[in-house]
Design a protein around this ligand. Structure first.
Ligand code: C2E
Ligand code: CA
Ligand code: CA
Ligand code: CA
Length: 275
């Protein structure tokens, strides 16, 4: 038994250091990825449900190493957040999204709101307001067509700081959206203090609206309450016609999801809009 215990201990230490090593390796790889320009943005169209027009896109980060397959954000963003690398990576995302929005405007495309995801870390440990102001100046993008998405959970980590930052961004004319709404513990009554423009209903509710009466009721009442507070509602993860039909019947404003398009490179958005 003693020997066994010893082995278990050795195994435990070994697996812990393997984990630490993995995350160190990953950190190094992410640093090099930034230097080598291996990050890309894909864009998923956001559609006005009443008119069917593409009115915006959400920018979603991809890592394409020089060798090997594309890495989805779920596999590296948590480590980027732990190591703080999400800050320089997030700066790159914002700058690239702003430049893309300006390029689409210059190309004569209909105006598109470009939404960018912000992590809690970027939101808290940084003069975000100044960065956004500088990027708007430098890229010449339209702040009214820039939307920042922050999860409900990130906002609730420090609501007072969030209110102050939101006010300043709102004054610059930038749109603000609460992401993954419904997965945290905030209430709409509480969110009323924040100068936000829209709520994004999390995919976990949308995927069951046509099967699960509870989810249907939640989505229905979130839309009604949001509208009573003059907030726009965006449904994420719409995958079929019946889900879209439900959302249309309940007056949801916008939707995005595989039913319309997966996230695609910028050229794919141009193609979609020309059709
Ligand atoms: P999110 O912000 O909730 O983004 C929506 C995710 O749902 C995206 O996954 C998108 O590809 C996926 N999706 C969209 N429509 C559908 C659908 O109909 N069905 C299904 N099954 N999935 C759908 P993705 O691109 O893998 O991103 C995952 C998460 O990574 C994002 O969730 C966001 O939290 C984070 N993320 C992505 N890009 C960035 C970024 O630039 N910065 C930060 N901080 N986080 C990012
Ligand atoms: Ca998002
Ligand atoms: Ca989301
Ligand atoms: Ca999500």
């Amino acid at each position: 038994a003693k020997a066994d215990g010893g082995n278990q201990y050795a195994f435990y230490v070994h697996s812990m250091s393997m984990q630490a090593l993995d995350s160190l390796r990953m950190e190094g790889a992410l640093r090099r990825a930034l230097e080598r320009d291996e990050f890309r943005l894909h864009y998923q169209p956001q559609v006005d449900i009443a008119t069917g027009a593409v009115v915006g896109v959400e920018a979603l980060l991809r890592w394409q190493p020089q060798l090997g397959p594309m890495v989805p954000p779920g596999d590296f963003i948590p480590i980027a957040e732990q190591t703080g690398l999400i800050v320089p990576i997030g700066d790159w995302v914002l700058a690239t999204a702003c430049a893309q929005q300006k390029a689409w405007r210059d190309a004569g495309l209909p105006p598109l709101t470009v939404s960018v995801n912000l992590s809690a870390r970027q939101f808290q440990h940084r003069d975000l307001v100044e960065l956004v102001a500088r990027l708007v100046r430098e890229t010449g993008c339209d702040p009214a067509c820039l939307a920042l998405e922050i999860t409900e959970t990130a906002v609730m980590e420090n609501p007072q700081a969030a209110v102050a930052i939101f006010r300043q961004l709102n004054e610059m004319g930038v749109q603000l959206a609460i992401d993954d709404f419904g997965t945290g513990y905030s209430s709409l009554a509480y969110l009323k203090r924040f100068p936000i423009d829209s709520l994004k209903i999390d995919r976990s509710f949308v995927s069951d609206i046509t099967h699960d009466a509870d989810d249907a009721a939640i989505v229905h009442s979130v839309i009604a309450l949001a509208h009573s507070m003059n907030l726009k509602v965006v449904a994420e993860g719409v995958e079929d016609a019946r889900q879209l039909q439900f959302l249309r019947e309940h007056g949801c404003d916008q939707m995005q999801g595989y039913y319309v398009s997966r996230p695609v490179p910028a050229a794919g958005i141009e193609e979609l809009l020309r059709r």
